[in-house]
Design a protein around this ligand. Structure first.
Ligand code: PLP
Length: 365
């Protein structure tokens, strides 16, 4: 069997051990004689899967008891609407930080439901840095503050989570949840599409503080009300059962590895290998301000569009898949989520060195 190193931003790599475990029980789960895909979501087998998934996740992220964990559908993009629909219960005002394409979409959606103020933005420099957020920038009357902790397309990360005082902090953590330690108690709500660090696409994780549930207005559809999913244990209707099962396997894999502390160490090692090379390279460079560089998504450029295209093509032939940058940014991007092995990054750096030697123009970067 040949597997490539897949640097896709999402859906992205899953740990091979997880895929093999799923394969081994694909047609007959735990002696049930059925696949997880064929199990009733009310069966004892599935009840055990969803309860274990939540319990392991709670341990991994140290989620306090006054938070609910919801397994829902619709992707992170649906949260762009669900967050304002549910949390605009007071002043109907919210403060957003604009750090990239995903933030912009969240802002656009929220504007349909209330008054949105953009309190800081890095758009002036192509989203290549994270603006500083201080307490005095926040409207104390706002229903919430929204940030995107890791900017998947632009390759930046909040290394310091803003202190928003009594105003709940909402975070789109789609591309760096479970990659490093977070203090969940600093957030009112965390959401993430699964297809980067959790499991297959189709599942969305929401971690929400109890007091933020039940604020949705009468007109909010049942399926878009956090209360519905909270009161039913994410079983109001048929949840994405196979996705939840895969997420459980990924959570167990992480636990086995030593939890988030161990994972973060490996992620820092992987990103360090690539960033160190980008510093010394005479051909490739990072467009992102040094102190705000993401551990998960690492954009880089060569001196020309032609070299970028050639690089992507030759890398693919060498088993290094999906390195083309996002269409809005260009260049290259290596997404090195939790499941990317250290060896994958080593192979990429070795390939970059070789490419640089072969194609050097002598002009430098
Ligand atoms: C991928 C991504 C999204 C979109 O997720 P979907 O699940 O496809 O809706 C939103 N925000 C961030 C930060 C992402 O990385």
């Amino acid at each position: 069997m040949t597997r490539v190193y897949n640097f896709s931003a999402g859906p992205s790599m899953l740990p091979l051990e997880v895929l093999e475990k799923a394969q081994s029980e694909l047609t007959n789960y735990a002696g049930s004689g059925m696949s997880v895909m064929e199990l009733s979501h009310r069966s004892k087998w599935f009840t055990d899967i969803i309860e274990t998934a939540e319990a392991v996740l709670r341990k991994l992220m140290n989620i306090p008891d006054n938070y609910k964990v919801l397994f829902i559908q619709g992707g992170a993009s649906q949260q762009f609407a669900m967050v304002p629909m549910n949390l605009f219960g007071g002043s109907k005002k919210a403060d957003y930080v604009n750090t990239g394409s995903w933030s912009k979409k969240a802002i656009k959606e929220a504007k349909k439901y209330g008054e949105v103020r953009v309190i800081a933005s890095s758009e002036d420099k192509n989203f290549s840095y994270i603006p500083e957020i201080t307490a005095d920038m926040i409207d104390p009357e706002a229903d919430y503050v929204h940030i995107t902790t890791n900017n998947t397309i632009e390759g930046t990360v909040f290394n310091k989570i803003p202190d928003t005082g009594n105003v709940p902090l909402v975070a789109d953590m789609s591309s760096n949840i479970l990659s490093e330690e977070f203090d969940v108690s600093k957030f009112g709500l965390i959401y993430a599409g699964a297809q980067k660090n959790i499991g297959p696409a189709g599942l969305t994780l929401v971690i929400i503080r109890d007091d933020l549930i039940g604020k949705a207005g009468e007109s909010v559809p049942v399926m878009l009300d956090y209360k519905t999913h909270s009161e039913s244990g994410s079983l109001y209707n048929t949840p994405p059962t196979f996705g939840i099962y895969m997420a459980k396997l990924v959570f167990e894999w992480l636990k086995e590895l030593g939890g988030i502390v161990a994972m973060e160490k490996i992620n820092r090692e992987k990103a360090g290998l690539l960033y160190d090379f980008l510093e010394e390279s005479s051909m490739f460079s990072s467009p992102v301000q040094k102190e705000d560089r993401s551990l998960m998504n690492i954009p880089f450029v060569s001196p020309s569009d032609e070299l970028d295209a050639l690089f992507v093509k030759e890398a693919k032939a060498a088993g290094l898949e999906t390195l083309k940058g996002h269409r809005s940014v260009g260049g290259m991007r290596a997404s090195v989520y939790n499941a990317m092995p250290v060896d994958g990054v080593k192979a990429l750096v070795a390939f970059m060195k070789e490419f640089e030697q072969t194609h050097s123009t002598g002009e430098g970067k």
